[in-house]
Design a protein around this ligand. Structure first.
Ligand SMILES: C[S@@+](CC[C@H](N)C(=O)[O-])C[C@H]1O[C@@H](n2cnc3c(N)ncnc32)[C@H](O)[C@@H]1O
Length: 216
């Protein structure tokens, strides 16, 4: 582990409270349908990075043996621990960061990145770690918001990233090209869909990607 990785702290209590409060709004806007698609067909050992307050937990299919849910933010981790108690599969919630996942090389059948590669400080390192812990044919399942392919909207996203957005949204960035980053990190994208989604009436809709990539 490098010094930078040991020093990484994720502590966003303001954002965490808002995110937890938005749970039912996200659900009433239909987000669970995307999350179900994200997790459908999974089995074996799964690692979920930046699990938040555990919005995916109730949706894991019963064929999953165990989920290792890594969450660095203390308030979100507490909420995830509560959510894990009622999950249909065994879920262990642990502290940790994407840049240094607490799992052995090639130990996981699948890895879940849901709305997290926008927030990690170093997406390349996070993807390298996800690749490291996956078995040779393991799947990366992703559900992420990404940069717009419309020039003006992308410019607004970059402007927000350079000014206020990461500070109010727990380190989130709106203008990341996460699909390209996944491929650049040594994954083959097997399936990808792209769609606009807004998790709440006052939040503008942004492009999302949902899909499966395999370690190659
Ligand atoms: C928008 S929330 C998404 C939470 C959850 N994955 C979901 O789908 O609802 C972003 C999450 O990324 C986590 N996060 C931020 N930086 C991280 C890092 N360096 N390593 C792991 N998780 C991180 C945050 O604590 C938060 O839980």
């Amino acid at each position: 582990m490098t010094q930078q990785q040991t020093a990484e702290k994720v502590n966003h209590p303001f954002f965490a409270r808002i995110y937890i409060r938005m749970t039912s709004t996200r659900r009433s806007h239909g987000e669970d349908e995307y999350r179900k698609r994200l997790l459908a067909g999974l089995s074996g050992d799964v690692i979920e990075v930046g699990a938040g307050n555990g919005l995916n937990f109730s949706l894991y299919p019963p064929e999953v043996d165990a989920v290792l849910a890594v969450e660095p933010e203390p308030l979100l981790r507490e909420a995830a621990l509560r959510e894990a108690e009622n999950a249909p599969v065994e879920i262990e919630v642990v502290a940790g960061v994407a840049a240094a996942l607490p799992a052995a090389d090639a130990s996981q059948d699948a890895a879940i990145a849901s709305l997290v590669l926008c927030s990690v400080s170093d997406p390349e390192q996070a993807l390298a770690e996800l690749r490291r812990v996956l078995k040779p044919c393991g799947e990366l399942r992703f559900y992420e918001h990404v940069v717009s392919n419309k020039r003006f909207a992308a410019r607004l996203q970059r402007l927000a990233d350079a000014t206020f957005w990461p500070r109010v949204a727990g380190g989130c960035h709106l203008a990341r090209d996460t699909g390209a980053a996944i491929e650049a990190a040594g994954f083959s994208v097997e399936r990808i869909e792209r769609f606009p989604f807004s998790p709440g009436a006052i939040v503008p809709s942004v492009p999302h990607i949902l899909g499966i990539a395999r370690r190659n």
